[in-house]
Ligand binder design. Structure first.
Ligand code: HEC
Length: 194
């Protein structure tokens, strides 16, 4: 029994040394401009979701989805999130394919998670990804406004839809993308086949 235990400990030490060796020899990949393999994406997504389920407090949204709150959420989203998660003009984000893992487009594919889940993601961020924690930058109320907007995106009241249309979509005619940006966007879209 003693020998068996020593064997187990020895094996564990060797495994740790192999992992450290791989990292120290520069064999661990660190580039962000490639797409994560499916198995990795699946595993990481489950790990994040399960961790949220374990850690996020089941708080309910203190705000009501009034027109004013939804419109504030829209503005806050545009200022802080659209660069990575896609704009309200429905153009893909310029950084859509520049993160590992890539940020989901929250406008074309709004999150269907409960509000406490969305709020917790915004407040605490997602470690080892480009998703920042916003608790040092935004107030609780601002984070709840964005949460409210995201969770109501599919069922916005007519006045708010009108506000969206007049403020963000269609984009003003003066806002032509620069030619090289246009080309880049197209090239990148080719790789984005899901
Ligand atoms: C610098 C880029 C960046 C900014 C800015 C950013 N995010 Fe993210 N966000 C990410 C990335 C990358 C992920 C993917 C993390 C992952 O795969 O687990 C993510 C994930 C998320 C998710 C989880 C989506 C899901 O499928 O569960 C939500 C919700 C979210 N972000 C909301 C926001 C909100 C709201 C803001 C603005 C306050 C914001 N993000 C700003 C990069 C960003």
């Amino acid at each position: 029994m003693g020998k068996f235990l020593l064997g187990v400990i020895f094996t564990l030490i060797v495994l740790v040394l192999i992992v450290l060796g791989v990292a120290m020899l520069g064999m661990a990949p660190t580039t962000a401009n490639v797409e994560p393999p499916h198995w990795e994406r699946h595993l990481a997504m489950s790990a994040v979701d399960n961790s949220m389920d374990r850690h996020a407090p089941r708080v309910s949204n203190p705000l009501t989805p009034t027109d004013a709150n939804l419109e504030d959420g829209m503005k806050l989203y545009t200022m802080n999130c659209a660069q990575c998660h896609g704009g309200l003009d429905r153009k893909p984000s310029t950084l859509a394919n520049s993160f590992y893992p890539p940020p989901p487009n929250l406008v074309s594919d709004p999150p269907d998670d409960p509000e406490w889940h969305i709020f917790f993601t915004i407040r605490t961020g997602v470690r080892y990804t480009g998703m920042p924690a916003w608790d040092k930058t935004l107030t609780e109320q601002e984070m709840w406004k964005i949460t409210t907007f995201l969770s109501h995106m599919d069922k916005l009241p007519p006045a708010v839809q009108e506000y969206w249309k007049t403020s963000f979509n269609p984009a003003p005619a003066t806002e032509e993308p620069k030619p090289e940006e246009k080309k880049e966007g197209k090239d990148k879209e080719k790789h984005d086949h899901h």
